[in-house]
Design a protein around this ligand. Structure first.
Ligand code: MTE
Ligand code: MO
Length: 197
């Protein structure tokens, strides 16, 4: 059973569709460069930085972790939103619990196979809706949408969700990721239209 978290907009605004967004039933692909290839035998996902224990998972190991399925909305900073996406994966708080986050950790950097990075304050990550996703609609996540593993951040514009995520770094100081260094908003609240900075 999917957990429906599409009501989270009530924390941020009156309307489910954030201002300036248009609803689409398509699922467009947006990437800074092409879709990187990955080898299921050597692919690894790593957790490091301000944690008790660095972690490494193979694809099979990651898929054996306790998972859940959520129905979420998806908001792209370029103006389209897709409602009711069904994502399966591991929640950020569950992963943080496994690693044991240090008291000094305040920020998170997500790293991806295409060289992309994106950052969020730790408290914006410690939400059940922030997930490491490997299935979309009950099928393996398509490569164009970030397969084998991507992050989703339904309370933020989607550039905060790294496709092809290869690692999570816990930081003791804020840092900026790829688009955050290039003029996209560091905070990215769709209901406050924090698109550019
Ligand atoms: N690794 C990586 N993740 C990324 C990007 C990227 O270029 N590389 N683009 C971001 C942007 S700007 C958006 S809008 C979403 C798009 O996700 P989609 O292609 O599944 O729609 O992925 C985000 N995550
Ligand atoms: Mo985007």
């Amino acid at each position: 059973m999917a957990r429906d978290v599409t009501g989270l907009y009530r924390e941020f605004g009156e309307e489910r569709l954030p201002p300036g967004q248009r609803e689409t039933s398509r699922f467009p692909v947006l990437s800074k460069s092409g879709t990187p290839s990955w080898n299921p035998d050597s692919w690894a996902f790593e957790v490091w930085g301000a944690v008790d224990e660095d972690l490494t998972f193979s694809y099979d190991e990651f898929k054996d972790l306790p998972a859940e399925t959520q129905t979420q909305d998806f908001h792209c900073v370029t103006g389209w939103s897709k409602f009711d996406c069904e994502f399966t994966g591991v929640t950020f708080p569950a992963l943080a619990e496994m690693a044991g986050v240090d008291d000094e950790a305040v920020h998170v950097m997500f790293h991806a196979l295409d060289g992309y990075t994106t950052n969020l304050p730790l408290e914006d990550c410690m939400r059940e809706e922030v997930m490491f996703v490997y299935e979309y609609g009950g099928e393996p996540l398509p490569d164009d949408h970030g397969g084998p593993l991507r992050v989703v951040t339904p309370h933020k514009y989607a550039y905060k969700g790294a496709k092809w995520v290869s690692g999570v770094e816990f930081l003791t100081e804020p840092e900026r990721g790829y688009w955050e260094k290039r003029g996209y908003s560091n905070t990215a609240d769709p209901w406050n239209e924090e698109r550019y900075s």
